[in-house]
Design a protein around this ligand. Sequence first.
Ligand code: IMP
Ligand code: MG
Length: 183
Amino acid sequence: MTELKILISRAQIAARVAAMGAEITHDFSGESVIFVGVLKGAAIFLSDLARQVQLDATFDFIGVSSYGNRPSPTQELQHGWDSTGEVRLTKDVDQSMRDKNVILVEDILDTGLTLTYLKRILLAHQPKSFRIAALLDKPARRKQPIEADYLGFSIPDEFVVGYGLDYAERYRNLPDICVLPRS
Ligand code: IMP
Ligand code: MG
């Protein structure tokens, strides 16, 4: 496997995720939360974040895919995956979120289309509260006005892989977040 340039090291990730977990523990003191992970990219972040939260907690997962023609891996690398503009649900949550404290856990906030869509779906459950925890944010690419309540790192407009993030399903198991060269 080719050596990729590290953008955020495993040590930096661990420190930041611990701080995010402490913040969530503080904000929801005395309450229960449901972590809803967005498949598959958020799986690793969710498992680390949840272990830094000292609250009564449960997990659920939701799946999405871009609508219609998913861009080819090369297009995804060059332009992101917002070319079709729409997302669809491939897996719904397993339980009602009504009156629950929902924390939607996502790997990266890019154009914002995915989280805007998921927020609408989850708010329809009438949760007690709704928060977004995103490991990464590329604010330069935003098309929808949506922000994370808990954010790991704001990054420049690079295509990144590792720590759950993929390129054509590869690299999710890299322990650091690395930049994939666009050419
Ligand atoms: P959004 O709907 O444009 O905000 O897209 C968010 C989704 O795009 C994430 O869940 C990722 O699957 C994917 N994505 C966006 N940027 C990257 C990246 O740099 N690397 C890997 N996946 C990315
Ligand atoms: Mg992806």
